[in-house]
Design a protein around this ligand. Structure first.
Ligand SMILES: *Cc1c(COP(=O)(O)O)cnc(C)c1O
Length: 245
């Protein structure tokens, strides 16, 4: 198995090939990431279209997002409900085939807003949130599906359900709440090799018959694809570096 360090040394980073603008040529970045997805999938005998690229647009300026939309990209990830509403409420009406994924922690008091905007919530991590989502989805009537975020590294500061509590949360989501639970998501600890975490998430997803595995970011998405990722969440690799205030 090849690790992510090898990936980086053999394939140039799309963000690194930027032109003079911050973020460079977004269409070219998208094409480069798609090529890397296809190559990683081919390494393990998978088809490129088995992997969906979620372009993570959090913090990025609107012009970069509009460039990605103009290039035809339609699947985006955001990690904050308020920020996503500002960016996407109007744009959503212009792009009927848009797919918005919430990939950040969700407070129960933001659940209604989240359900009104997002197509998929990737960060379900506790029964209370599952129940609030089920209620909001029933009231809103939109088809919103869900992933459970698993804290595979059992890091105290990180969101996600602990692996030992996953079985009960799956039960609550499916049987008690009737959520459309489609998969699992994880963010491995930054200081560890990601591959074992991705493999573990795949085992857990298999155990519960969940087809969607959202794993891999700019630094490790090829590793994630080799470990069965169906969705990769790439921010800086598509849009360039995020400029925080
Ligand atoms: C920001 C973020 C990403 C994207 O990170 P990059 O390193 O910019 O690709 C992916 N997943 C989650 C949950 C994030 O918050």
């Amino acid at each position: 198995m090849t690790d992510s360090k090898t990936d980086k040394s053999t394939v140039s980073s799309p963000a690194a090939s930027s032109g003079s603008e911050p973020g460079g040529d977004i269409a070219a970045n998208l094409a480069a990431v798609h090529a890397r997805i296809a190559a990683a999938a081919a390494d393990v005998g998978r088809a490129a279209d088995e992997v969906t690229l979620i372009a993570v647009s959090k913090i990025q300026p609107d012009d970069r997002v509009d460039a990605a939309l103009a290039a035809g990209h339609r699947v985006y990830g955001e990690n904050r409900v308020q920020e996503a509403m500002q960016r996407w409420t109007d744009r959503r009406a212009l792009y009927p085939d848009l797919r918005l994924h919430l990939i950040g922690p969700l407070q129960t008091n933001k659940v209604r807003d989240a359900v009104a905007l997002f197509d998929r919530i990737e960060s379900v991590d506790r029964p209370k949130l599952a129940r609030a989502l089920a209620k909001a989805i029933a009231e809103d009537g939109r088809a919103v599906d869900c992933l459970i975020q698993v804290n595979t590294g059992e890091e105290p500061q990180k969101a996600g359900v602990l692996p030992k509590d996953l079985e009960e949360l799956v039960r609550v989501c499916r049987d008690e709440c009737g959520l459309n639970l489609v998969g699992l998501m994880c963010i491995p600890p930054v200081e560890q090799q990601p591959a074992p975490h991705f493999a573990f998430l795949g085992e857990l997803a298999d155990r519960y018959g969940l087809p969607v595995r959202s794993m891999g970011m700019s630094g490790d998405f090829e590793t994630a694809i080799r470990q069965g990722a169906t969705h990769v969440r790439v921010g800086t690799g598509v849009f360039g570096h995020r400029e925080y205030d």
